[in-house]
Design a protein around this ligand. Structure first.
Ligand SMILES: [Zn+2]
Length: 226
């Protein structure tokens, strides 16, 4: 193996080289992978191009001026990626995916800040990190923007109600998240960041909370769309 400069900088960025693809278990050349998944398997992710089609699709669930999305959550391969980021104790993986997103999509409008959807402090303590925050940090590196959770907090612990009606779920979510009144007002535009987009109810609930407090939410970015 030739240790080129690119190889070394890549190694510094991503830690240990994966010997085999995390999805198909085939050997992978070091540079031909995204977060440990070989380029062939990455092709099966159902990646969103940064174009009008993706934006339209995304807007059906969450209408915002500026949007960005990674891939479709559609099979065991993509589900395993999300699982690894969330529960696998692998924050490095989601940081790499954040950088990957940052290179695929143009940066958000100037004057905006990335605001990750918060997790409850108990969960944070248990997991050690908030996956949305680390995902945001990866993109922030590439785009040269800041990550700031601002005043958005998660007040309720535990699973959100997935079985209830759309309206009921929306209401429950509004009580799940809250606003920390101790945080000073901030004129920066908000781009919400989450790992998975399902119905868009979480993003809507958080936007409502922030906008009631005078913040302006202009966009959202998610890693995967269910
Ligand atoms: Zn593979």
């Amino acid at each position: 193996m030739i240790f080129t400069r690119k190889f070394l900088s890549q190694a510094l960025l991503e830690g240990i080289a994966p010997l085999t693809c995390l999805t198909c278990a085939e050997p992978v050349p070091f540079e031909a992978h995204v977060a440990g998944v070989c380029s062939f398997c990455v092709m099966n992710w159902g990646i969103f191009e940064s174009d009008k089609t993706s934006i339209t699709l995304f807007r059906e669930r969450f209408y915002a001026e500026w949007i960005a999305g990674g891939f479709r959550l559609r099979d065991s391969g993509t589900r395993a990626i999300i699982h690894r980021c969330k529960y696998g104790g692998d924050p490095k993986c989601i940081k790499v995916l954040g950088r990957w997103m940052g290179h695929r999509w143009p940066p958000p409008p100037s004057g905006s800040v990335l605001t990750p959807i918060p997790i409850h402090w108990k969960r944070r303590l248990q997991r050690g990190y908030n996956q949305a925050e680390i995902f945001a940090a990866g993109m922030a590196e590439v785009w040269g923007v800041e990550v700031d959770g601002g005043a958005l907090i998660r007040v309720k612990h535990g699973k959100s109600l997935t079985g209830s009606s759309r309206q009921g779920r929306g209401e429950a979510l509004k009580q799940t998240y809250g606003f920390d009144h101790k945080v000073k007002s901030d004129p920066r535009l908000v781009i919400l960041v989450d790992d998975v987009l399902t119905t868009g109810a979480t993003l809507r609930a958080c936007r409502d909370i922030l906008e009631k407090q005078g913040r302006k939410v202009v966009g959202a970015v998610v890693l995967a769309m269910a």
